[in-house]
Design a protein around this ligand. Structure first.
Ligand SMILES: Cc1ncc(COP(=O)(O)O)c(C=O)c1O
Length: 488
């Protein structure tokens, strides 16, 4: 096993002169470069080549596979996005049908578009009263596969952005009965499998390809991620081809050494850090149970209180500990308002605001102070709020509620000429662009779908609440949507 980081440092200090990229020549000419200059190199002798790994990088990738319990692992330096695009191109050829969890990230849709895939969707239920999207069930997958024999591959996201985990084992078994591969976007679950209080990683639950962003939940640099492969349903040489297409031909050694170090960290102190993480988390949940108006999710799972689960350790928590969803469903404020109060009055930057909730994200890097500050702020805010149950539940505007009727495949629609039309005149028109809240980037509307009054009202409501809606234009005091040119 080579230690890439040490080797890079030694190379930086050596008298080997760099007649090669990068252009800084290991000279810290700017402030940022001062920190990374010594170890930022290109594929020079002794440092292997990510796209044809045979030396140190091959060893490191083997080690990452061993840690996560997969058969083979590939380092990603373009985030999970590069892995998702490559995985989709590997399993889906032009014109083939792809079954997608509708709550998947936009990179999944981009992958489907680039490959001209026809799409079918799995619509997970929303979690009642919270406004977040729930799990994809094995029954849904079974039903979808039974009703469309043309489906060639399936992708789901687990855990979701908000920490909801699907039963990957059951889903994989069903997908494999049809002889096709299951991809799991585990971008938010690179910390799974390191501690018994967290769910198993999809790597050990039968998924054929699993993609994880190390940068999201482990101490790793932005853009660092992993792609794991299992079984014989995935053509691995095709996968390598697409990784070479979707990843840069100049992969960053800073990133790759960062991946190595974050896995070193998890192997050495990860378990004890996650023990502490879980303890701080339970304590926070206990303290937050004093809230009278704000609702904390998830409080219970399968009728079992988180507190009980901690004591008995009978079964793994079905949700990702660390994703705190603070629901304002029964309060007199919106999710965006709570987000703004936490930011402006308490200097606490949340991960995102939805129509009916705010999401805070914790990792093993958070110390007690982080838990105490948020708890104190929420308890104080809660005291000032009133219970107010609006006629129309805030969580009713959750994305992916009802399947919209599809007028044409989205890869086709996204390439068509469009025009901007006032949202009030869009009923019956065909969407020409995605409309989503970003984050989390789950599409409310996909190009090619027919816009109907109900969905248009939801979009207007998002805008009224000041949520970050992508795919709409606000001009001249009106909201405009991109629709396919000319009335069909
Ligand atoms: C569910 C999910 N999948 C994939 C991605 C893409 O990950 P990355 O930013 O590592 O490319 C994201 C990014 O937020 C995500 O939320």
């Amino acid at each position: 096993m080579g230690n890439l980081y040490q080797k890079l440092l030694e190379n930086g200090k050596s008298d080997f002169y760099p007649y090669h990229m990068p252009g800084h020549k290991r000279k810290p000419l700017t402030e940022v470069l001062k920190r990374v200059c010594d170890i930022d190199i290109t594929e020079i002798d002794g440092f292997d080549n990510l796209h044809h790994a045979e030396g140190i990088l091959a060893q490191l990738q083997k080690r990452a596979a061993k840690i996560y319990g997969s058969e083979e692992c590939f380092y990603l330096v373009g985030g999970s996005t590069a892995g998702i695009l490559s995985a989709i191109a590997t399993v889906i050829k032009r014109g083939e049908t792809f079954l997608i969890g509708r709550n998947c990230h936009k990179s999944v849709y981009h992958g489907a578009y680039l490959n001209g895939a026809n799409t079918e969707y799995l619509f997970p239920e929303s979690v009642k009263g919270v406004g977040i999207v729930g799990e994809v069930t094995a029954q849904q997958v079974q039903l979808a596969l039974e009703s469309n024999s043309r489906i060639k591959a399936v992708i789901i996201v687990s855990p979701t952005y908000e920490g909801v985990v699907s039963n990957v084992r059951e889903i994989a078994d069903i997908v494999h009965e049809y002889g096709i591969p299951l991809i799991v976007d585990e971008a938010h679950g690179a910390h799974f499998g390191f501690h018994e209080m967290w769910p198993h990683s999809a790597c050990t639950q039968g998924a054929d390809i699993v993609i994880q962003s190390l940068h999201k939940t482990l101490p790793s640099l932005t853009q660092t991620a992993l792609l794991h492969v299992n079984g014989n349903l995935v053509d691995r040489s095709r996968l390598k081809r697409f990784l070479a297409i979707h990843q840069t031909s100049s992969p960053s050694y800073v990133f790759m050494a960062g991946i190595e170090e974050s896995l070193d960290y998890m192997e050495s102190v990860g378990k004890s850090r996650m023990d502490k993480f879980a303890d701080l988390w339970w304590q926070m949940l206990k303290n937050l149970s004093a809230c009278k108006v704000l609702m904390i999710y998830p409080k219970k799972m399968d009728g079992q209180d988180f507190g009980d689960a901690k004591e008995t350790k009978e079964k793994r928590i079905k949700y990702d500990i660390g994703k705190l969803v603070i629901s304002v469903e029964n309060s007199n404020i919106s999710g965006q308002k709570l987000y703004d109060i936490l930011l402006n009055d308490y200097h606490l930057q949340m991960e995102m605001a939805g129509g009916s909730y705010v999401l805070a994200m914790f990792t093993l890097a958070d110390e007690q102070d982080a838990y105490v500050r948020l708890t104190e702020a929420l308890l104080e805010i809660d005291k000032k709020l009133r219970i107010s149950v609006p006629a129309k539940a805030k969580s009713d505007v959750a994305p992916n509620r009802e399947p919209l009727e599809k007028a044409m495949e989205f890869w086709m629609a996204w390439d068509m000429t469009t025009e901007l039309v006032d949202v009030d005149d869009c009923d019956g028109r065909i969407a020409g662009d995605f409309i989503n809240l970003y984050p989390p980037g789950v599409p409310v509307v996909v190009p090619g779908e027919i816009l109907k009054e109900e969905i248009l009202e939801i979009i207007k409501e998002y805008i009224r609440q000041g949520l970050p809606v992508h795919g709409v234009k606000c001009m001249e005091g009106k909201v405009w949507l991109e629709v396919i040119y000319g009335k069909q």
